[in-house]
Design a protein around this ligand. Structure first.
Ligand code: FAD
Ligand code: FES
Length: 257
């Protein structure tokens, strides 16, 4: 883990209430893995750092990108940062996704702002020679992640809850039809989406890695604030995760945020 004083390169609202921020001076960009996250001091009004997934990296220029939804005080402050501002952050943190050497066909599943870490995973999977399909869901067309953030070489299928773009319905409705041709699934989204996924019968034979979102205190294993119950005992999401096997989580004991 590194503590870095990063500088805001750019910060823009790309869809309503969702910002893309590029942070410079992040020398760990070359060692960060998809699914890892950073803990940021968002501003003087918030004491605790906030966790955000690494959305993309640019190792040549020591930059990382974060994609975040404005939901409260910390993210509101972050949204207001101008280019050149300093951001105190810790990273890269957590385990990240693990791509098996045996996997050729990868399915990425991103619900809402859960898309955040997946373009980075898409890029790394393509670099390893995998065929990548992404299922991308949002409540409505305006909230869909713009296509330019997703590598153009991957197949991207969209769905919206209200049918304003792509298929109509939930991501989990279309998921079963993609399972046959998939070696590994990587998902990021709200925990209710994972609960539904865990009940899809055909998914039980698949290797499914999910990135969990819980409230975090420290982000590096000290406070136990992020502990959850799994099949193999108590785990800290910040240190043992945030990526877990879907079927490892004891969903009836997991508390949604
Ligand atoms: C490992 C990890 C990676 C994450 N990656 C991203 C990301 O890439 N993009 C993104 O937009 N968000 C991400 N989140 C969620 C993000 O951390 C929270 O939205 C953020 O901390 C809220 O801070 P706030 O001060 O703006 O809101 P607060 O004022 O603290 O809370 C406002 C609302 O946000 C909810 N909230 C607070 N903390 C979290 C949390 N940790 N997870 C989910 N909801 C929360 C609260 O329940 C409340 O409803 C991630 C969370 C984790 C644990
Ligand atoms: S957030 Fe402190 S131990 Fe995980």
């Amino acid at each position: 883990m590194n503590r870095v004083m990063a500088h805001v390169g750019s910060n823009s609202e790309i869809i309503p209430h969702v910002h893309l921020i590029w942070l410079e001076n992040c020398f760990f960009a070359s060692i960060a893995r998809p699914g890892q996250f950073v803990m940021l001091h968002c501003g003087k009004d918030t004491l605790l750092r906030r966790p955000l997934s690494i959305h993309q990296t640019d190792p040549v220029r020591d930059r990382i990108a974060l994609l975040f939804q404005v939901v409260g005080q910390g993210t509101s402050q972050l949204a207001q940062l101008k280019p050149g501002s300093d951001v105190d952050l810790l990273g890269p943190l957590g385990n990240g996704f693990s791509l098996s050497d045996k996997s050729h066909n990868i399915l990425l599943v991103g619900g809402g702002i859960g898309i955040a870490p997946l373009p980075f995973m898409a890029r790394v999977s393509k670099d390893r020679g995998c065929s990548v399909t992404m299922l991308l869901g949002a409540t409505t067309a305006k909230q869909l992640c713009p296509r330019y953030l997703i590598p153009s070489s991957i197949e991207c299928i969209t769905t919206t809850d209200d049918g304003t773009k792509g298929g109509k319905g939930f991501l989990t409705d279309m998921l079963p039809e993609y399972l046959d041709r998939t070696d590994q699934i990587f998902a990021c989204g709200p925990s209710p989406m994972y609960r539904v996924m865990a009940k899809i019968p055909a998914i039980r034979d698949k290797e499914v890695q999910i990135s969990l979102e819980v409230r975090m205190g420290c982000g590096f294993g000290l406070c136990y604030g992020c502990s959850i119950r799994t099949q193999s005992g108590l785990k800290k999401v910040c240190k043992d995760g945030p990526v877990f096997e879907l079927n490892q989580i004891l969903w009836n004991e997991f508390v949604d945020i």
